[in-house]
Write a protein that binds this ligand. Sequence first.
Ligand SMILES: [Zn+2]
Length: 418
Amino acid sequence: MRHAGGMNALGNELQRHYGLLLGIESPWQVKDVKLELAEKRVEIELVWTTGAKGSCPVCGSACALYDFAPERTWRHLDTMQFQTVIRARVPRIECATDGVKTVSVPWAEPHGRFSRLFERFAIDVLLCARSLTQAANLLGLSWDEVDHIVRRAVARGLSRREFATLLHLGIDEKSFGAGQSYISLLTDLEAGRVLEVVEGRTQAAAEALWDTLPEKQRLEVEAVALDMWEPFMNATKVKAPQAALVHDKFHVAAHLNDAVDQVRRAEHKELMAAGDETLKGSRQLWLYNPMNFTPEQAAEFRALRDSGLKVARAWAAKELFSRLWNYRYEGAARRFFREWYGWVSRSQLKPLIKVAKMLKRHLENILTYLRHPITNAMTEGLNSKIQLIKYNARGFRSFENFRNRILFFCGKLNLYPL
Ligand SMILES: [Zn+2]
């Protein structure tokens, strides 16, 4: 069952309909519309009017045709539930200045496998869907085709991106794939968008992140939130020497939490050796915010906290430290830190002393928080999105796909074809 060739009136009507839908103009014409009922498919064949000149895609001048490129197809928006495909042989012109070139077609971007309208629609579906799998199924696309659309959309978005002044940035790392692989991200904290993603977490990686910004914007950045991680710090000092380094308070809290946990583990081991199960199953209690406890947890935690155990002292030191973030004056904050540091030094809690020494070493870039209260957690929404991208991916074939998806979903880019 092919085609409307026998039914000329209907055939002409369909041709006119698709000509209007596609917005094609002379010298392009709809030559034929084939309805493949069994395959639920519509094929629209477009042809170039014989003898018409074409414009050079480089300089725009009208040129004589050279030949026709082999036939290509573009997936277009479905017609009802019929997958719709455009077919055409695109002419090549011979320009006196630019040589032989393929003309641009009005329904698709150069090298696209889809019409502009389809691509635009697919981008919307990808952005709205709960998962890429769901989006791919709804659109009837393979993974490869999804990646093609995502890659092109991101390239388009990046080429159009304009930077206003970037005041506060964040640099952070994330694990990627199996094993000990990392990626580093540069984030615009104000706009809540990811600016760039690179492989690794070395100084070179962080410098590469910085190099993706124009120099003017780089040198206007006021403050950067980051962990106490020398490669990121050094890269920032090289590429944006004017920017204040601000050690993210959530990273600091994570280091302190880790120390509390080490104290707990060691003490639990000691106690168990003596048949004492006091700390059994208490791990989460020391890490959670007591504000979120159930009444039973709260009672259990109060007893532990007042037990005089080493872990209780470590926890108290961690809690106490968080007051630092509330100081308004640097001098007062400095005095507070000295007292806290003295107290921890005398505590004999080795993991905690180790973290305290690190904090002392980096104190200047912790106190910058009082002037620039920024953290990477300002972009918490982004972190959960990236987690979801990672989860959805399950084994990215390449870092490049991962980067593209992060920028597609978190880059706030203008992704659409024109
Ligand atoms: Zn030309």
